[in-house]
Design a protein around this ligand. Structure first.
Ligand code: PHE
Length: 444
């Protein structure tokens, strides 16, 4: 199953790279605003359910396809199912990755602006953080400059090679981000009035639930685990023959879920404790929308000594997490153009970066376009692609390949029962659940 493709050098390297892709703005920015929107605890339970029931199996599935195909997201399907239309599943993923980048870079742009504002002490001298965020959202020039800068930065990292750029940065900085979230979580939980936020997070309340909650939770799980857009397939293609796919998928998914919940523990107690509107709390949180993180976090830093320093560090680490995710997204599209159209990697990167810059500029100018990109990718394209990936492994792919990949050609122990249950989940449970959730989300 081997060829000369570049591989991740170390075991930790591949977990770090896959975790670097998964852990990003999806956990720290998107998750809290979806939880606020989805009404709290029930959303979180559904989200965790989605990670367990189709997140982990599908991540293993993408790894299987990538490592046995040893090519980009479309090429891997082509190798495993030559002459069929399955390659379109890969292509759908590649298009999705491109569209996600279009709005992802805008949130990255906000992060960059907040690094600057924190480092210059400007952010912490403000009184109204909501006003500050809204002002940024209306300032197209500032957003566009950062969108372009961030896109260039991502392109630069991609060109400096798969191994060096991604592995090195992720290995050191991710644990640091985790640490700072823990410190922030403790501060948030010890604020007077924090318990209401905790209750919102962990005590199910049927009254706050919306009808689209299933679809929202599923979309969030796909988005956060980087599933359904070829990222994990592409990374799987760089895994070594002795990498343990099952273990890696479980570790990455659990870590990703943990970071998201931790981000919730940071944001909600603080949002409830520091917002002055106890009666309309939920609606005020929802009104936070995509700005929730950028409004609540500075409020929280305001409660700490050396606030500007903390805040700068936090946004720098957030930018790094976002960068490793953006790199994985750009890598999906780049490796496709490079391998399928014989483009030089440099040209492919330039081409992709230009496309992203155009989408990013439009999404900075128009919040509606931003929302359209966000919603169609997370709630339509990712589940659709997840649906086909599970069908591919459940129904099409030779069971021997699945077995060989999950056990590294028989070197790792695995019971027949496990294989059977795994295939059963991807054959029936995941696709049926995805379709039902999808139909329910559209009808209600
Ligand atoms: N999972 C990343 C995040 O949570 C975003 C992402 C989506 C990255 C898709 C790669 C592919 O921020």
């Amino acid at each position: 199953m081997s060829n000369n493709r570049i591989k991740f050098a170390s075991k930790l390297g591949l977990i770090a790279a896959a975790a670097g892709s998964a852990v990003g703005l999806g956990n720290i920015w998107r998750f809290p605003s979806q939880v606020a929107d989805g009404g709290g605890a029930i959303f979180i339970l559904l989200y965790i359910g989605c990670i367990l029931f189709f997140g982990i199996p599908l991540m293993m599935g993408e790894f299987i396809i990538g490592r046995s195909g040893r090519a980009n997201a479309s090429g891997s399907f082509q190798k495993l199912a030559p002459g069929t239309r399955w390659k379109w599943v890969g292509r759908l993923g590649i298009l999705t990755a491109f569209l996600i980048l279009g709005f992802y870079v805008v949130v990255c742009a906000w992060t960059m602006e907040y690094i600057l504002q924190s480092a210059t002490g400007q952010l912490m001298s403000l009184e109204n953080f909501a006003h500050n965020f809204n002002e940024l959202r209306q300032n197209s020039t500032r957003q566009i400059v950062w969108v372009l800068a961030f896109t260039l930065l991502t392109a630069f990292f991609i060109l400096s090679g798969v191994k060096r750029g991604i592995e090195q940065s992720a290995k050191i900085l991710m644990p640091l981000l985790f640490l700072i979230l823990i410190v922030l979580g403790i501060r948030s939980l010890t604020l007077p009035g924090a318990s209401e936020g905790l209750e919102f997070l962990f005590k199910p309340n049927i009254k706050t639930v919306k009808s689209t909650i299933f679809l929202d939770a599923m979309g969030q799980a796909f988005f956060s685990l980087s599933l359904g857009m070829g990222a994990m397939t592409t990374y799987g293609s760089y895994f070594r023959d002795d990498s343990n796919l099952r273990q890696t998928a479980v570790q990455v998914s659990v870590l990703d879920g943990l970071v998201a919940v931790l981000a919730g523990v940071v944001i909600f107690p603080a949002a409830f404790a520091l917002t002055q509107l106890p009666d309309t709390i939920v609606s005020s949180l929802v009104a936070g929308g995509p700005g929730l993180l950028f409004i609540t976090i500075p409020e929280l830093f305001n409660q700490l000594p050396l606030s500007s320093l903390w805040s700068t560090l936090f946004f720098v680490l957030l930018a790094v997490a976002a960068l490793t995710s953006a790199i994985s997204l750009m890598e999906v599209v780049t490796s496709y153009l490079h391998e399928e159209f014989d483009m030089l990697r440099r040209n492919a990167v330039t081409f992709v970066a230009m496309g992203i810059a155009i989408l990013g500029v439009l999404a900075s100018i128009s919040p509606t376009f931003f929302d359209v990109l966000d919603n169609t990718t997370a709630k339509v394209m990712l589940p659709l692609s997840g649906f086909f990936i599970s069908l591919f492994i459940g129904w099409y792919l030779d069971r021997k390949i699945t077995f060989a990949q999950l056990t590294n050609d028989g070197k790792l122990p695995m019971s027949v029962r496990f294989l059977q249950s795994y295939v059963f989940i991807l054959k029936y449970i995941a696709p049926i659940a995805i379709v039902l959730i999808f139909i329910y989300g559209i009808l209600f």
